[in-house]
Design a protein around this ligand. Structure first.
Ligand code: G3P
Ligand code: MG
Length: 246
C-alpha cells in the first residue's frame, strides 16, 4: 500500500538551479517566481551545530570563504558572501540557515525537500540535529518536509529525532542492498539519478509501496521518459524550461 503523497511532481533543485546562487534565499524566491511550489536544498552543520544551506563540504566554490564549512561557527559563516561567485547582481547574498528557509516555505505554503548533506564524518549527528530543527520548525504544519540523503547514517539520525518526518534514500548508482537499506530505514521514497530508472526498477520500488523520484532532470526527453514510466517526482535545475503546472 503506497502512502499518501502530498508533494508536487516538480521540484526546483537548490532553489532555482543555476539561475541564481544555489541554496540562497534569492534562489528559492526565483524558483517560486517561476511557479515552483517545492524546492530541494542541501543542509549541513556549522561547527557549533547550526543547520545551514550549502552543497559542497568546502566553502571555496560558492562563498567568499575557504576550507571546510563545517569547521566554522555560524557567526563566521554568516559573514560570508554566497552570491558574488554567481553574479554581481547577487553580491552580498548570505548563506541561509535551514530555519530561514523553513520560515520562507511555511509562510508561503511551499514544500521542501531537505537533502541532509553532512560534512564527512558527521553523518548521524547531522541527521539528528537537522531532524530536531525540522520537527520544531514544522510543528503543527499539515505537510512536513521530505528528508533525503545519500548517507544512510544521516537518515538514521533524522529518524531518531524526527521519526514522523518522511525519509528518502538518494541513489547515484545502485549498490548492493541499497533498496533493503531504504526499507530498513522506513523510507517512503527512493530518489535516483534519473538514468537508473527503468520499468523493472520502477515496478520493484512501487511494489514495495515506495515513491519514485529523480534528480537532476534538465532535458525534456528525460522528463517525459520519467513521466511515462509512472514516477512521482522530478528535481530540476531548469525552472525556466519546465512549467511546474504540467
Ligand atoms: O537531492 C538531489 C540532488 O541534489 C542530489 O545531488 O549533488 O545535487 O546534491 P546533489
Ligand atoms: Mg542536493
Amino acid at each position: 500500500m503506497t502512502a499518501p503523497w502530498p508533494y508536487p511532481r516538480w521540484i526546483a533543485h537548490r532553489g532555482a538551479g543555476k539561475l541564481a546562487p544555489e541554496n540562497t534565499l534569492a534562489a528559492f524566491r526565483l524558483g517560486a517566481a517561476h511557479g515552483y511550489r517545492m524546492f530541494e536544498c542541501d543542509a549541513k552543520l556549522s561547527a557549533d551545530g547550526v543547520p545551514f544551506l550549502m552543497h559542497d563540504a568546502t566553502l571555496d566554490r560558492t562563498t567568499s570563504g575557504r576550507g571546510t564549512g563545517g569547521d566554522l561557527a555560524w557567526r563566521e559563516l554568516a559573514q560570508l558572501d554566497a552570491g558574488s561567485w554567481h553574479s554581481r547582481a547577487h553580491a552580498g547574498e548570505p548563506l541561509p540557515t535551514l530555519d530561514n528557509l523553513a520560515r520562507y516555505c511555511i509562510a508561503n505554503g511551499y514544500f521542501l525537500n531537505i537533502e541532509i548533506k553532512p560534512t564527512p564524518g558527521t553523518e548521524e549527528h547531522t541527521g539528528r540535529v537537522v531532524g530536531e530543527h525540522a520537527a520544531r520548525l514544522w510543528q503543527g504544519q499539515a505537510v512536513p518536509p521530505l528528508f533525503s540523503s545519500f548517507k544512510p547514517d544521516a537518515l538514521a539520525g533524522a529518524r531518531a529525532t524526527a521519526p514522523h518526518i518522511p525519509r528518502a534514500l538518494l541513489i547515484d548508482a545502485l549498490w548492493d542492498g541499497c533498496l533493503d537499506v531504504a526499507r530498513e530505514l522506513g523510507c517512503v521514497a527512493i530518489v535516483c539519478n534519473h538514468a537508473l530508472w527503468d520499468a523493472a526498477l520502477v515496478a520493484q520500488v512501487q511494489g514495495w509501496g515506495l515513491r519514485t523520484l529523480s534528480y537532476t532532470v534538465n532535458d525534456e526527453w528525460a522528463a517525459q521518459r520519467l513521466i511515462d514510466l509512472g514516477t512521482d517526482g522530478i528535481i530540476t535545475d531548469r525552472v525556466d524550461l519546465f512549467s511546474p503546472a504540467a
